[in-house]
Design a protein around this ligand. Structure first.
Ligand SMILES: *[C@@H]1O[C@H](CO)[C@@H](O)[C@H](O)[C@H]1NC(C)=O
Ligand SMILES: *[C@@H]1O[C@H](CO)[C@@H](O)[C@H](O)[C@H]1NC(C)=O
Ligand SMILES: *[C@@H]1O[C@H](CO)[C@@H](O)[C@H](O)[C@H]1NC(C)=O
Ligand SMILES: *[C@@H]1O[C@H](CO)[C@@H](O)[C@H](O)[C@H]1NC(C)=O
Ligand SMILES: *[C@@H]1O[C@H](CO)[C@@H](O)[C@H](O)[C@H]1NC(C)=O
Ligand SMILES: *[C@@H]1O[C@H](CO)[C@@H](O)[C@H](O)[C@H]1NC(C)=O
Ligand SMILES: *[C@@H]1O[C@H](CO)[C@@H](O)[C@H](O)[C@H]1NC(C)=O
Ligand SMILES: *[C@@H]1O[C@H](CO)[C@@H](O)[C@H](O)[C@H]1NC(C)=O
Ligand SMILES: *[C@@H]1O[C@H](CO)[C@@H](O)[C@H](O)[C@H]1NC(C)=O
Ligand SMILES: *[C@@H]1O[C@H](CO)[C@@H](O)[C@H](O)[C@H]1NC(C)=O
Ligand SMILES: *[C@@H]1O[C@H](CO)[C@@H](O)[C@H](O)[C@H]1NC(C)=O
Ligand SMILES: *[C@@H]1O[C@H](CO)[C@@H](O)[C@H](O)[C@H]1NC(C)=O
Length: 855
């Protein structure tokens, strides 16, 4: 064939170029490595040869050039220079891993010797034949093989000769021989799915994954005769299926996955081999089987409870356990019981120190006591309830309240009751050793000592009762009328509690009792107490037992064989607060410039702290000023105030601050005397004016008449007219200046005359003069216009108007104080007014005056 010729020619040319002193290599064999997967795609090409020429060389090492060619196209796919030890007896071997299965096409190999100076002639070509020479059907290589994640492979497809021209595929594209088409190198990424490739009427599957990675082989014995070995998968192999799955052998025995049981416990070392198409993993474990005992869970657990102890019982399914020495642990109500139990084949134990009448849940686990390895699994849970037992003694104390004595005890807690309380037995033993018993309900916490009036002590004993019986009695000796009186000291709180200190008492035989209760509470059981052992002379009442702003009475008693003896008593607030309420019923009684303000004391339980007094803040509404607050301890103050409106705040205060304000609103009027004085003065001035004007009018009456009303008895009010009038003005205080001025009629005098209105221009002041003509009264008419009060007098003879402008301080005649407290209005004083007859104030006038400051 042409290509053989070509090869020969090339090699010939090649060789002639060299200095062919070295003879070509002979005895070469070329073969594919045979393994499990060899038929579905062989990847490793072996080349073996022997070199007799070696004998002639002196060098230790031999060097060869090796070339691999894809035979059909004579395409060199690999070349390499290798070094081997010079040894004529050895067969040299060289391996090459092909990027393409060797079945895809024929591969030829040739070698030549070389040394430092020269290169030998190439050997002949030695060919490993591909399947493309004689395959009868379409074949794809590799066929269904497994590859490591991350490897890169090239696949080939050998087509039937007649299909070659028409073949097209998007994967198989590179033609390397008459019938073989290959893919580009395919990178295999980690994926749990195999890749399926088709070529014409054939196909292949490429599986991708990892070799096994099993870890942590551990062998234990559970039945004391066989070994059970377990391990875990490390990394997933990703390949499954018949051929892909990992196969295990443990100490040479075939195994399924963990756990794997070996029937004897004679071996002390265990080796696990895990294998899949991509590799093998071997792990091992070594131990004395006796040190690897993992017992099974106790079975059939039972419990049997008394009042304060309970027996747990269980059984073992395995005979061997009965002679095995073990330790066991209990979990009681979720906590490990602090005692462990040990014994041979342990089957029961007693739990002690349990609470009576309490539900428990328990479970047990056990382990080897000689060579403890691990605990067994837990047994099932067993539930039991301890029986009722007699209650604990109650804590009894007493309180003298409003001349009655109460015996009080603390309600037993669930833990102290040891069962369901049915009540309390109260036994009274009097001085004559006479006893009487009373029954009290389970929710009762006091007994009102209403025995016959006696002066002697008597003893009261209290026992709590449940179905198991009566608790030991707790007794207290009561003195009917406790004569002992101690001074009530004031005590201060500290950090929300009280720190109580007392002096040692010789009477104390069983320590001390400190009790406390809200001073102003009438509640029977409000007393709380604390027992202090002998030797201690101080205690603290914690803030959790105390309320803020509540006054407490704290007493210290010595505990004696007889009645408790009061040692000291104090009162105070754990934390002082502002008063809780406003003072009530604020009343003001005005008396001239004085205002007597009074209010009620706060109820004792609303003080919030030690009351320091009352704060009175006066606000003068007229001048918008607040006076310096006044502090008083009384509930009445006598205030001296200037006339005006006031808002007065009264609040009680403690060291913490003042409570809410109660507000009193009121007015202080000017003195009546002052007012009368002003009125009289005003009237005298007015009278003087009147006389002067009358006199003037009289003196000039003829002239006036002539000037103003010549010959006409009745004023003629139509047409243009100009008349003169008298105008008086105040020059200085108490002097008037009067002038005669022209009086002009206005545009429409008829209308005005008809209405009886004269408009008089006098220094731009217009004065309405109601009933000027009709009314011939001598009384002056008081009217108001702008800010001027005017008196218009009519001359009784001529009926001519005389106008007088007056500036006079006329006091507001009304006089009242409106008290307002908590929104209630009350009129405290009626208007008191005496007026001169000559003044007729209109309500309007009064009102204006009231508001006019300039007046
Ligand atoms: C090498 O080849 C050339 C040409 O074919 C030949 O002349 C020569 O003798 C060969 N050398 C040896 C050592 O065989
Ligand atoms: C390859 O094909 C060519 C022409 O089609 C043919 O001459 C040659 O013999 C074939 N080679 C082989 C090895 O079949
Ligand atoms: C194997 O055991 C070691 C320690 O004993 C642990 O850290 C590791 O997580 C275990 N491996 C597996 C896969 O459980
Ligand atoms: C497993 O056995 C080998 C040798 O037999 C030892 O080197 C290795 O430490 C063993 N591994 C374990 C986990 O026992
Ligand atoms: C358990 O309680 C019962 C009844 O109270 C008592 O007789 C017994 O001695 C107790 N057992 C133990 C071990 O304390
Ligand atoms: C268990 O606890 C109880 C109460 O706390 C104690 O009295 C007892 O001594 C403890 N027992 C052991 C074995 O620690
Ligand atoms: C009461 O009884 C006690 C002992 O039970 C006895 O010591 C005491 O003297 C008796 N008192 C009277 C008054 O009987
Ligand atoms: C006692 O009080 C509890 C709750 O405070 C109540 O459920 C129970 O009925 C009361 N028992 C009696 C006898 O009053
Ligand atoms: C007890 O005292 C009250 C008032 O102090 C009196 O009314 C009553 O009669 C007395 N009872 C006896 C039995 O002396
Ligand atoms: C009083 O004073 C307050 C605040 O200074 C102001 O808002 C208010 O208008 C004043 N009232 C009068 C009547 O002057
Ligand atoms: C208030 O004080 C004044 C003088 O300070 C006195 O005249 C008046 O009588 C006092 N009023 C009362 C009710 O004490
Ligand atoms: C009561 O009124 C006074 C002034 O009138 C004021 O300073 C004080 O803050 C008020 N107190 C309260 C608690 O509102």
């Amino acid at each position: 064939p042409v290509w053989v010729l070509c090869v020969l020619l090339t090699s010939l040319i090649h060789q002639t170029e060299q200095d062919g002193h070295l003879p070509p290599v002979k005895y070469v064999t070329v073969y594919a490595e045979e393994n499990d997967i060899f038929k579905s795609g062989a990847w490793v090409l072996n080349v073996a040869w022997r070199d007799e020429f070696v004998e002639n060389t002196e060098s230790e090492k031999l060097m060869y050039d090796i070339e691999v060619l894809r035979t059909e196209q004579m395409m060199r796919v690999h070349h390499e220079t290798i070094q081997v030890k010079a040894d004529p007896t050895t067969r040299h071997q060289w391996k090459w891993t092909s990027p393409l299965p060797l079945q895809c096409t024929s591969h030829s190999v040739r070698l030549r010797r070389r040394d430092q100076h020269q290169t030998g002639n190439w050997s002949a070509l030695y060919t490993y034949e591909g399947q493309d020479l004689n395959a009868s059907k379409t074949t794809v290589y590799p066929q269904d093989q497994y590859f490591l994640v991350g490897s890169s492979i090239t696949l080939c497809c050998i087509l039937k000769a007649e299909n070659v021209p028409s073949f097209s595929s998007h994967m198989f594209k590179i033609r390397i021989s008459n019938r073989t088409i290959i893919t580009k190198p395919v990178q295999l990424y980690s994926t749990s799915r195999p890749i399926i490739l088709d070529c014409d009427d054939a196909g292949t599957t490429v599986f991708i994954g990892y070799p096994p990675d099993d870890q942590n082989l551990t062998c234990v014995t559970r039945d004391l005769s066989s070994m059970q070995c377990s391990w875990n998968h490390g990394r997933e192999t990703l390949i499954e299926g018949l051929k892909g799955e990992t196969k295990y052998t443990l100490n040479g025995r075939h195994c399924q996955f963990s756990p794997c049981v070996l029937p004897e416990n004679t071996e002390t070392s265990w080796t696990l081999t895990a294998q899949n198409p991509l590799g093998v993993k071997i792990i091992n474990d070594t131990a004395d089987p006796l040190h690897r005992v993992w017992l099974r869970a106790p079975k059939n657990i039972l419990s049997n409870a008394n009042e304060r102890n309970a027996t747990l019982q269980w059984s073992w399914d395995l005979q061997k356990y009965n002679s095995f020495s073990m330790i066991c642990q209990v979990e009681l109500n979720g906590h490990i019981y602090n005692k462990t139990f040990s014994g041979t084949g342990l089957k029961s134990f007693v739990l002690e120190d349990l609470q009576p009448f309490t539900g428990y849940s328990a479970k047990v686990h056990c382990g080897s006591s000689e060579h403890f390895y691990t605990w067994s699994e837990w047994s099932e849970m067993t539930l039991f309830r301890t029986k009722e037992d007699i209650p604990e003694p109650v804590d009894v104390w007493m309180q003298y309240l409003e001349e009655s004595t109460y015996v009080i005890w603390k309600q037993l807690t669930k833990e102290q009751s040891h069962g369901v309380l049915t009540g309390y037995e109260v036994t009274i033993t009097d001085t004559k050793n006479k006893t009487s018993s009373n029954h009290a309900g389970p929710n009762t916490t006091y007994y009102s000592d209403s025995a016959e009036n006696e002066t002697g002590d008597h003893m009261i004993s209290v026992s709590a009762k449940n179905s198991a019986g009566l608790s030991p009695p707790a007794s207290i000796i009561i003195t009917r009328y406790p004569g002992s009186s101690v001074n009530l000291k004031r005590i201060n709180g500290s950090n929300g509690g009280f720190d109580i200190v007392w002096l040692e008492s010789s009477s104390s035989t069983c320590g001390y009792v400190v009790d406390w209760f809200p001073t102003y509470s009438k509640e029977k059981c409000a007393v709380q107490w604390k027992r202090i052992p002998a030797g201690h002379l101080s205690t603290r009442i914690e803030s959790k037992f105390l309320k803020q702003g509540v006054r407490y009475n704290v007493s210290v008693y010595s505990c004696t064989a007889g009645a408790p003896q009061l040692l000291q008593r104090g009162e105070g607030y754990a934390i002082e607060k502002k008063p809780f309420e406003k003072v009530r019923n604020v009343k003001g009684k005005p008396n001239g410039r004085h205002l007597v303000l009074s209010w009620e004391k706060l109820p004792l339980d609303k003080h919030g702290g030690f009351m320091l007094g009352y704060k009175v803040t006066i606000f003068h509404s007229d001048s918008n000023t607040t006076m310096k607050p006044m502090i008083t301890e009384e509930t009445t103050v006598n205030l001296t105030l200037d006339p005006g409106s006031y808002a007065i705040n009264v609040s009680a205060f403690t060291s913490v601050g003042e409570g809410d304000n109660a507000t009193f609103h009121g007015r202080i009027e000017k003195d009546l005397l002052e007012m009368i004085l002003a009125t009289v003065l005003g009237s005298s001035v007015a009278a003087l004016m009147f006389i002067i004007i009358t006199f003037l009018c009289y003196r000039r009456r003829k002239w006036l008449k002539k000037m103003l009303y010549p010959d006409i008895p009745k004023p003629k009010l139509s047409g243009q007219w100009t008349k003169k009038g008298i105008y008086c003005s105040e020059m200085t205080e108490r002097y008037m200046k009067c002038e005669i001025q022209e009086v002009h009629s206005i545009e429409r005098p008829a209308l005005d005359a008809a209405d009886g209105i004269l408009l008089i221009r006098s220094n731009s002041i217009l004065l309405p003069t109601n009933n000027l003509h009709q009314n011939n009264s001598k009384f002056p008419v008081v009217s108001s216009f702008s800010h001027v009060t005017s008196f218009i007098t009519l001359d009784p003879i001529s009926s001519r108007p005389c106008v007088q402008k007056l500036t006079s301080a006329i006091e507001n005649p009304t006089y009242n104080i409106i008290s307002q407290e908590s929104g209630n209005m009350s009129l405290l004083s009626e208007p008191a007014l005496e007026m001169d007859d000559s003044y007729l104030p209109t309500p309007n006038n009064v009102h204006n005056h009231f508001h006019d400051k300039d007046f």
